[in-house]
Design a protein around this ligand. Structure first.
Ligand SMILES: *Cc1c(COP(=O)(O)O)cnc(C)c1O
Length: 235
């Protein structure tokens, strides 16, 4: 099978899973944006995906993400680029100079830097506040702010000149049923919308948990392995 055929097959499987999950939840599949997470895979795969109808891709590392975007744009391929990875403060401005959407805003210290990077590139960047929903008391080192910090962080994003608040994002904790984490995310999203009615987006759901995420109301699913194949172990 050619790489194009592999990707076409993976995409068909995932689009079918999304359609079924939406049907089960009584939702319109048009409400769910598929972000194909292309991290570790080459720009050539992104170009093939674009030809197969993919409009949104996700990356988790700087500068890999920016390099791929530049390579695709040089070839005339315009996509929406989502940054989904943990952000170091000193790289935030560089990332917001090319990312259309950042899913991983998890502390106030990032906000001014992201806004500065976006402003200097003459653009506005959509931001998701990333929440850590692990129920354990001890910090795990996973990204995301505490649920109690969402409101303050959202206010900071809204106050920043070159950022727009899209909504909330989470990665389901390993030690919990994803249904429970996504239900909590939905509650937090409702609370957020009381203060910020336009912040309706919910970024949740990966290869192993896209169905419960869509059942809970996700508007953005971030899918890598089910489309591109298993990634080599982290370097
Ligand atoms: C890698 C990654 C994904 C995609 O995960 P898969 O299990 O490959 O679907 C989604 N979200 C984030 C934040 C990621 O880092």
């Amino acid at each position: 099978m050619s790489r194009e055929d592999e990707l076409r097959h993976g995409l068909a499987v995932v689009r079918d899973r999304i359609a079924r999950a939406c049907a089960d939840a009584g939702r319109d599949p048009g409400e769910v944006t598929l972000v194909v997470v292309t991290k570790t895979y080459p720009a050539a795969d992104v170009a093939l995906l674009h030809r197969l109808g993919v409009t949104d891709v996700g990356e988790n590392r700087h500068p890999e993400a920016g390099r791929k975007r530049a390579e695709l744009e040089a070839a005339g391929e315009q996509l929406r680029w989502h940054f989904v990875g943990a952000l170091q403060s000193n790289k935030a401005a560089a990332v917001s100079a090319y990312a259309d959407t950042v899913h991983s805003v998890d502390r106030v210290a990032l906000v001014a830097r992201l806004s500065r990077g976006a402003a200097s590139a003459g653009r506005t960047v959509d931001c998701f506040v990333q929440v850590d929903l692990a129920t354990h008391a001890a910090p795990t080192g996973r990204a995301g702010c505490a649920p109690a910090d969402v409101a303050a962080l959202a206010d900071a994003v809204v106050a920043a000149d070159a950022l727009r608040l899209a909504g909330l994002m989470t990665v389901a904790p390993l030690d919990e049923r994803p249904q429970d984490a996504f239900a909590e995310l939905t509650r937090l999203s409702s609370a957020l919308r009381r203060d910020h009615p336009s912040a309706v987006a919910v970024s949740a759901g990966m290869t192993d948990d896209l169905e419960p995420a869509i059942a809970a109301g996700a508007t953005h699913v971030r899918i890598g392995r089910a489309i591109l194949g298993e990634r080599p172990p982290l370097r």
